[in-house]
Design a protein around this ligand. Structure first.
Ligand SMILES: Cc1cc2nc3c(=O)[nH]c(=O)nc-3n(C[C@H](O)[C@H](O)[C@H](O)COP(=O)(O)OP(=O)(O)OC[C@H]3O[C@@H](n4cnc5c(N)ncnc54)[C@H](O)[C@@H]3O)c2cc1C
Length: 306
C-alpha cells in the first residue's frame, strides 16, 4: 500500500491551494479528486468578487489559472472518490473506490452542496437566474426584482443583503412563521423592500432562455399564481460533502467539520479547509486562504511528529 506524507482530498479552490503549498514545501503528496478539478467554481458562470480580476472572470478560466500553478510539480493525482478516512496508529488509511492509500496527514477539502428544491426548471435556469449564493450573484440583479426561497437564518440574512442591491425581494416561505433568529425576523418584517409570501411553495421556475418567473402555490388554499422575477435565490440549506470520517473528528449538527483557526480538526494530523468546514462565509477567497493555512500547519505537524 502506497504511503504519503500528506493527502489532499478534494480539488476545489481549497484543495488546489493546499496542494500548491504542500508541493512548494517539498512534501510528498497525493491529490484525490473524484471529478475534474475546480469544484463549485466550475459551476459559476462569472466571478465578480475574487481579488485580482476587477472585470470579473469566468469560473472555468479561474480554474485553469489555479491548476496551471500546479504544473511542474511531482505528485500523484488520483481521479477517484474517497469513501472513508480511518485513523490507525497516528496514520490515516484512506479508502478510495478503487484502492486504499496511507498517509501521515490529510487535508479534507471536499466542499458542500446546496440543497435543491427539485422542481421543474431549477437546473435549467441554474446560473441563468436561479442562484444559491447572494454574495456571489446578487450584483447581477441590480435594480431588478428577485425572489428568495426559505425561512431560516440564511434566507433572512441574504434577503436583507439583497435589498441593498435589488429593487424588490419576494421572500417565499412554505410555513406561516420563520425559523430564523428574532433579530433577523424583525429586520425583514420592517424592510419596505421585502414582501413576504407565507404558506407558499415554488412549483416551477419558468422562462425562455433566462428565468422570467415562478409558478407558486399557496399550501393552505391550494391557489396557484405566477410571480414575475428576474432572479430567484434558493436558501433551503447546505449539505456537507464529507467522506466517512474517523469518529474522533468533531462536526457540527449539520455534519460540517469543526476546526480551530489553524484548520486543525479534533484529530491530530487531520486538517479541513473550505466549504466543508463549520463556518459562515463560504467563498473562493476564504477557501483559498484556508487551504494555505491547512497546508502550512500540515508542514508544521509533519516536522513535529516526523
Ligand atoms: C453557482 C455558484 C456560484 C458561486 N459564485 C461564487 C462567487 O462568485 N464568488 C465566490 O467567492 N464564491 C462563489 N461560490 C462559492 C465557491 O465556489 C465555494 O465557496 C468554493 O468553491 C469552495 O471551495 P472548496 O474547495 O471548499 O469546495 P468545492 O469548490 O466544493 O470543491 C470540493 C471538491 O471536492 C471534490 N470532492 C467532494 N467529495 C469528494 C470525495 N469524497 N472524494 C474526492 N473528491 C471529492 C468535489 O468534486 C469538488 O471538486 C459559488 C458557488 C456556486 C455553487
Amino acid at each position: 500500500m502506497k504511503t504519503y506524507e500528506s493527502v489532499v482530498i478534494g480539488g476545489g479552490p481549497a484543495g488546489i491551494t493546499a496542494a500548491l503549498y504542500l508541493l512548494r514545501a517539498g512534501i510528498q503528496m497525493a491529490w484525490v479528486e473524484k471529478l475534474s478539478p475546480g469544484g463549485q467554481v466550475l459551476l459559476t458562470e462569472k466571478i465578480d468578487n475574487y481579488p485580482g480580476f476587477p472585470d470579473g472572470i469566468k469560473g472555468y478560466e479561474l480554474v485553469d489559472l489555479f491548476t496551471a500553478h500546479l504544473e511542474g510539480f511531482e505528485y500523484d493525482k488520483l481521479g477517484d472518490e474517497v469513501e472513508e478516512i480511518r485513523s490507525l496508529d497516528n496514520r490515516f488509511e484512506i479508502k478510495l473506490s478503487e484502492q486504499t492509500i496511507m498517509a501521515d496527514s490529510a487535508i479534507v477539502t471536499t466542499g458542500a452542496d446546496w440543497k435543491k428544491l427539485d422542481v421543474p426548471g431549477e437546473s435549467k435556469f441554474n446560473g441563468r437566474g436561479v442562484s444559491y449564493c447572494a454574495l456571489c450573484d446578487g450584483n447581477f440583479f441590480k435594480d431588478q426584482e428577485v425572489a428568495c426561497i426559505g425561512g431560516g437564518d440564511t434566507a433572512l440574512e441574504e434577503s436583507l443583503y439583497l435589498t441593498k442591491l435589488v429593487k424588490k425581494v419576494y421572500l417565499i416561505h412554505r410555513r406561516d412563521a420563520f425559523r430564523g433568529s428574532k433579530i433577523y425576523q424583525d429586520k425583514v418584517l420592517n424592510n419596505p423592500k421585502i414582501e413576504i409570501l407565507y404558506n407558499t411553495v415554488v412549483r416551477e421556475f419558468s422562462g425562455e432562455k433566462d428565468l422570467e418567473g415562478l409558478k407558486l402555490e399557496n399550501v393552505q388554499t391550494g391557489n396557484e399564481s405566477d410571480l414575475e422575477v428576474q432572479g430567484a435565490f434558493v436558501f433551503i440549506g447546505l449539505v456537507p460533502a464529507a467522506p466517512a470520517l474517523p469518529p474522533l473528528v468533531e462536526t457540527d449538527r449539520q455534519g460540517f467539520i469543526k476546526t480551530d483557526t489553524e484548520m486543525r480538526t479534533s484529530l491530530p494530523g487531520l486538517f479541513a479547509a473550505g466549504d466543508i468546514r463549520s463556518k459562515l462565509c463560504r467563498q473562493i477567497s476564504t477557501a483559498v486562504g484556508e487551504g494555505a493555512t491547512a497546508a502550512h500547519n500540515t508542514q508544521i505537524y509533519l516536522e513535529q511528529t516526523g
